[in-house]
Design a binder for this molecule. Structure first.
Ligand code: GDP
Length: 439
């Protein structure tokens, strides 16, 4: 008998978790896509179709919201884990788009039978909740993700596997009827009919059934068989429901621990953890952003970096690199390396600032405060670095970077406490500097 469940696993140091080390939109999609050929499986562990991964392959643009970007590589198996919330309509739309691009997903996309569903009433409830918050709104994408997680925690949720129940008066029909009745009471109209929704779900099941399985078991067997797995996070560390700038956060654990609970694997299966961070900082929606820039430089970063949401088109708030935030991400995720993206966006700037601490009244903080009021009152303490005139855009060899850019990367490593194993200098896969092995 094996002494432990993980006895048969290959060295789990060969597995990698890739996640956002800032407020999301760090360019995880490109990094996951780039590293995918080293793995057999890419498994997404949290979030919903609010994530937007933009990937360019040979000049062709792909935007993926729910399906791991590993799907763009033939032969790679992609998993949507139990920690993800899935809107069947959004999944079908994405599957149709991928198919139109000539990518065959047959047998390569698996969805956890424990993943919770986002249903039309979740969207209605989210729109209402955001409207009620008025000025205090979180700036959610209003796709029903938060309310779907609320139903999961409230033990009212409907899971993928529940759709197999075809009985007229069984648990599925009852849950749909009760949840729609609750929605109608809260929203104050009867526009949604539970019978219509149940009919839609029955139809959806015929298409979903071949994809839905026990993905935890699948992963376990794959690990025993020596397959390498990449765990893919959405959003970013500072948006994590527990460790982010609560309440301006997402509804799930985007940090590394979420990979274990969101996929049903032990923490020991995770291996290495790569944090993706932009060479500056951005954030969408409300909540504090200590290094936010409001003038010309903020505007320049937004335009040069094309900082508009992949899912919603909303302009992102931009600021200098916040080493306090990334150092915090290094701690709560146990980062083993960083991927610094969008270095090229800083090309041509005379001077670049790096935030190394926060000044809060008479105190200087070197660690991220949990208290949002305190964080909102913090002023960044900057170190000024010289910029560079020779472009870094498209550079693939670290030694070919201008000296000032190398010094800048070194400063980010020192202040964040993690080595930058990858430096990205453009949106294409090829526009990347690989400095050291990750696994
Ligand atoms: P994600 O959700 O973390 O994958 O991030 P997004 O896809 O929302 O945003 C990243 C954007 O930056 C995408 O449009 C990428 O193509 C682009 N991008 C990624 N890396 C780089 C880079 O090094 N330089 C530039 N200029 N763009 C990049």
């Amino acid at each position: 008998m094996a002494l432990s469940a993980v006895e048969g696993y290959h060295s789990t140091d060969m597995n990698l978790c890739v996640l956002g080390a800032q407020w999301g939109d760090e360019g995880k999609g490109k990094i996951v896509d780039l590293l995918t050929p080293q793995f057999s499986i890419v498994a997404r562990y949290q979030g919903g179709h609010n994530a937007g991964h933009t990937v360019y392959v040979s000049g062709k643009k792909f935007v993926l919201h729910l399906i791991p970007s590993g799907i763009l590589h033939p032969g790679i198996v992609c998993i949507i884990g139990n920690g993800v919330v899935v809107d069947p309509r959004a999944l079908f739309k994405e599957l149709d788009e991928i198919r139109q691009l000539g990518i065959d997903v047959t047998g390569r996309l698996l969805v956890s039978d424990k993943a919770h569903l986002i249903l039309p009433y979740h969207r209605d409830l989210e729109v209402l909740a955001e409207a009620r918050r008025g000025e205090q709104k979180i700036g959610t994408t209003s796709r029903g993700i938060g309310p779907a997680y609320e139903d999961k925690i409230g033990r009212r949720g409907i899971r993928m596997g529940d759709l197999a129940d075809q009985s007229a008066d069984g648990p599925l029909a009852n849950a749909v009827r009760e949840n729609v009745a609750a929605r109608n009471r809260i929203v104050g109209n009867a526009d949604l009919k539970w019978q219509d929704l149940l009919g839609e779900l029955r139809e959806a099941w015929t298409r979903l059934q071949p994809l839905v399985t026990d993905t935890s078991l699948y992963l376990h067997r794959s690990l025993v068989a020596g397959k390498r797995v990449m765990f893919e996070g959405a959003q970013g560390t500072l948006l994590d429901i527990d460790h982010g700038t609560y309440p301006f956060v997402t509804s799930s654990n985007s940090t590394a621990g979420g990979a274990a609970t969101g996929l049903g694997v032990g923490p020991s299966a995770i291996g290495k953890v790569l944090g993706v961070a932009k060479a500056y900082t951005t954030r969408v929606g409300g909540g504090p952003l200590p290094t936010e820039l409001f003038g010309d430089i903020g505007e320049r970063l937004r335009e040069t970096g094309q900082e508009y949401g992949a899912s919603t088109g909303r302009p992102r708030r931009c600021g200098w690199y916040d080493a306090v935030a990334v150092r915090y991400a290094a701690r709560v995720n146990g980062l083993t390396a960083l991927a610094i993206t969008k270095l090229d966006v800083l090309d041509g700037l005379k001077e670049i600032q790096v935030c190394t601490a926060y000044k809060c009244g008479s105190e200087t903080l070197t660690e991220m405060p949990s208290d949002l009021v305190q964080l909102a009152a913090c002023e960044p303490v900057y170190e000024t670095m010289p910029g560079w005139t020779q472009p870094t855009a498209g550079v693939t060899d670290y030694n070919k970077l201008p000296d000032a850019a190398k010094k800048y990367i070194q400063k980010l490593e020192e202040t964040s406490g993690v080595e930058a194993a990858i430096v990205s200098t453009g949106s294409d896969r090829a526009e990347t500097i690989l400095r050291s092995k990750l696994t």
